[in-house]
Design a protein around this ligand. Structure first.
Ligand code: HGA
Length: 610
């Protein structure tokens, strides 16, 4: 979510901070700010509501020049997105930027007010600045004062602090929100994501939970959660493929939709033999652990949760393994009864999703058999803290609305289903070989679905003046309908709801009229006839139908019914294929409505707060 950048150097760091913010802007973008220990020998800041470009413009008019600085792009949790709530927050001669939520901010605020501190924002973050200022009076040393401060904070934080009284350093703390140090020559940097610093270095040191860091031009010193001095490994980063560049596409989202054949191919690479899934793709101990699995519990949020819901159909149908799926924010606060021999599976694009990470940490106390993460970021907390991992190879996803992360997660989950079934001997004869073959063909099928781009663009016109939509699906297509409706909501702001098609007459049918288009995914399976009856129910009420149907399903255009033929595909893989036209539909509706496709209002990428 919020982005943090910091720098301590011998050159002016303003441009480095701004460039870092731009690279992080996809994570949070309601305001931005920068604070520098300027060459005038004092702490100065510039903050602006809106995007980083607003801040950049302001700085062009009134430049700040300094060799020590911190910067922030915000996704508000406490206090409206306006200038006075934008970070950095000041107290005396120190400045703080924060990613996360301080849960005991109200108590601390009262205590600090009683001590005479005056609050100028509505944020939870400002208590950190004043508390640190207060501690500095006792300790005199910024790093020591920060150590004392974090002891009193409850909640989650990634913090970067500078002070005019100690302008030789940048100090940082991590608990629940990621931070990485970028190592330079005679200069060092800090950020909430290495992407922000790829312009200045390719050597990184990842802070771990509870770490405090003191970063100077020539040195970095780190203390762990118990206050012991620790070394964190410096890692050379080589992947140049993550350039944040739209190429020929108008938006990152469209580019990422079109990358799906390639990233699905990459996710499959090295994970299939001639006719089997290679179980050790999940790690060397996977086979041993999988042999003991009798149940699966999947926990995730948002789009990843929908991927988990598809996997439930696969795990039960193909591998005969009972599976439960739950959103992480519910799971983590619920009293959970764990069935014996249950594998705990998390799904997250970033691997830093706060609720999912917290659920994993809780799960470790609850007696699960083991944990497995399906994740897109190899250096993420989720990957580090799980027993087994399957890395999706989606590459960096910049569009806030997830697309290629979802389809690669589905591929990962199908590999998991087949691996569990293989090890436990529960797959029906020939199923694995057939599906391995189908998986190999999947990138080509996805390419065919993408070739329907202009057809879907035309269909999108039906939605331009609508305010509500229903999405219907049956079986494993029900979560696909949910994902389709989430995409439409996220980027076009049209109210959309998804229902299992059989539920229509139990309520939502009351809403259907000619102002409420109904989108349906209809592969050619045993539920098709039932689905066709549901569609008749909609037509009988004057509802407009948009049906994505298998070319072999025999569905035809009619009055109020728009059928878009999909390439034929094996039923098991159809959730992956049918996702594509729904992504394209949301994209083109959003373009027609003129919304900010890659950075939709109120949302942010990588949800690192609860
Ligand atoms: N709670 C702080 C920071 C929010 C954040 O980390 N968002 O991702 C605020 O509201 O300013």
């Amino acid at each position: 979510m919020c982005g943090i950048v910091g720098a301590v150097a011998e050159r002016n760091v303003t441009a480095i901070l701004l460039e870092g913010l731009k690279r992080l802007e996809y994570r949070g973008y309601d305001s931005a700010g920068v604070a520098l220990f300027t060459n005038a020998g004092k702490l100065e800041r510039m903050r602006r509501p809106g995007k980083v470009s607003e801040l950049e413009q302001a700085l062009a008019g009134e430049p700040l020049v300094g060799r020590l600085g911190i910067a922030h792009t915000r996704w508000a949790t406490h206090g409206a997105p306006c200038e006075r709530n934008a970070h950095p927050h000041f107290s005396g001669d120190l400045a703080v930027v924060h990613n996360g939520i301080i849960e005991n901010h109200e108590v601390l605020r009262e205590q600090l007010k009683a001590l005479g501190y005056v609050f100028t924002s509505d944020t939870d973050t400002e208590v950190i600045a004043h508390l640190l200022n207060h501690k500095l009076k006792d300790h005199n040393d910024l790093t020591v004062a920060l150590k004392a401060t974090v002891k009193e904070l409850h909640g989650a934080y990634g913090l970067a602090v500078i002070s005019a009284s100690q302008p030789d350093r940048l100090v940082a703390a991590r608990s629940g929100s990621p931070l990485v140090i970028g190592l330079g020559l005679g200069e060092n940097f800090l950020a909430s994501d290495q992407l922000a610093l790829r312009q200045v270095t390719d050597r990184f040191m990842y802070l771990e939970e509870g770490d405090i860091a003191e970063i100077r031009r020539e040195s970095v010193q780190i203390w762990d959660v118990d206050g012991r001095t620790v070394e964190r490994e410096a890692v050379q980063y080589r992947d140049g493929a993550e350039a944040a560049d739209k190429g020929e596409f108008r938006h990152f989202m469209l580019k990422e939709i079109h990358e799906q054949p390639a990233v699905v191919q990459r996710t499959l690479e090295g994970r299939l033999s001639q006719n089997q899934v290679l179980v050790n793709a999940f790690g060397p101990q996977a086979a041993e652990l999988f042999a003991k699995v009798r149940n699966v519990q999947i926990v995730a949020c948002g789009t990843s949760y929908h991927a988990g819901m598809v996997a439930r159909y696969w795990l039960e149908e193909l591998a005969g393994i009972p599976c439960q799926v739950e959103v992480a924010s519910e799971f983590r606060y619920r009293k959970v009864v764990v069935q014996p021999d249950t594998l705990f599976v998390t799904i997250s694009q970033s691997g830093e999703t706060a609720d999912t990470l917290a659920a994993l940490r809780n799960a470790k106390e609850l007696g699960f058999l083991g944990s497995l993460a399906i994740c897109n970021v190899s250096i993420s907390s989720l990957v580090r803290e799980s027993d087994l991992t399957l890395l999706t190879q989606a590459g960096r996803e910049i569009g806030v609305a997830s697309t290629k992360a979802f389809t690669t997660q589905l591929v990962g989950l199908l590999l998991l289903t087949l691996s569990l079934g293989q090890v436990r001997g529960t797959l029906a004869e020939g199923v694995e070989a057939t599906l391995v073959e189908e998986l190999r063909r999947l990138p080509t099928r996805l390419g065919e679905a993408l070739a329907m781009d202009s057809t879907v663009e035309k269909v999108a016109e039906l939605f331009a003046d609508k305010n509500h939509t229903l999405f219907l699906g049956r079986g494993a297509q029900y979560p696909v309908a949910m994902e389709g409706s989430l995409k439409l909501k996220e980027i076009s702001y049209i109210h959309a709801e998804a229902y299992p098609a059989g539920e229509l007459k139990h309520g939502p049918l009351a809403l259907v009229d000619d102002d409420m288009p109904v989108v349906t995914v209809a592969p050619n399976n045993e539920l098709l006839e039932k689905l066709k009856s549901n569609l008749q129910e909609v037509r009988a009420r004057g509802g407009q139908l948009i049906v994505f149907a298998d070319e072999k399903a025999g569905m035809t255009n009619g009055e109020g019914t728009h059928v878009i033929n999909m390439p034929h595909i094996h039923d098991t893989l159809s959730p992956i294929l049918y996702t594509i036209p729904l992504q394209l539909l949301s994209y083109y509706v959003a373009v027609l409505k003129g919304t900010d496709v890659d950075q939709p209002r109120n949302l942010a990428k990588s949800v690192t707060v609860e």
